[in-house]
Design a protein around this ligand. Structure first.
Ligand code: IMP
Length: 178
């Protein structure tokens, strides 16, 4: 198994490039059936989902749009500390089926924040696609409709996911070994 080093950490290859692409083809086939006839906007969550969104989107065989938003941290004035704001909206999502594209769903806090915003903006239907999903750490009850791979509660990098900003360009997914 391939091992790599990023900064001070070592990682082992965990999901190969081929496995990722085969799984994305399956997800796209399922979406092409499920979403046919709907007014759909894919909503990619930056930065991590950019590769997954691109590879998935080019296999979607429907009239569909794509847009990206980003969660920006800023220091809140309240004692609760850092609050995340979703920035970059340039698409009217009212009355549309929104497919949220996430790199990974871990605790689900990010997803929950995004879904709140989609409800405020009056999306008619919300679907969630995540390349990776860590069921053991998920704390929310929003269904993740399209899951690439369920993975254990370990830190992973590659295929869009980073460790301190590095590793996003790796074509496969690696898991932390030390
Ligand atoms: P959540 O809000 O806890 O679900 O986490 C979502 C975000 O945390 C993801 O979009 C990632 O940016 C980051 N994240 C969670 N787990 C990992 C991991 O194992 N590797 C890299 N980033 C992760």
């Amino acid at each position: 198994m391939k091992e790599i080093r990023i900064l001070d950490k070592k990682f082992r290859e965990f999901i190969t490039e081929k496995e990722i692409h085969e799984r994305i083809e399956e997800l796209a086939r399922q979406m092409n059936t499920d979403l046919a006839g709907k007014d759909v906007v894919f909503l990619g969550i930056l930065n991590g989902a950019f590769l997954f969104a691109a590879d998935l989107f080019r296999l979607i065989d429907l009239e569909v749009r794509i847009s990206f938003v980003k969660l920006a941290s800023y220091e809140g004035t309240s004692s609760s500390g850092s609050i995340k704001e979703l920035i970059g909206w340039n698409e009217d999502i009212k009355n549309k089926t929104i497919v949220v594209i996430e790199d990974i769903v871990d605790t689900g806090i990010t997803l929950d924040r995004i879904v709140d915003e989609l409800v405020i903006r009056k999306a008619s239907e919300i679907k969630v696609a995540a390349l990776l999903y860590k069921p053991a750490s998920y704390t929310k009850d929003i269904p993740v409709d399209y899951v690439g791979f369920e993975i254990p509660n370990d830190f992973v990098v590659g295929y869009g996911l980073d460790y301190n900003g590095y590793g996003r360009n790796l074509p496969s997914v690696y898991t932390l070994i030390e």
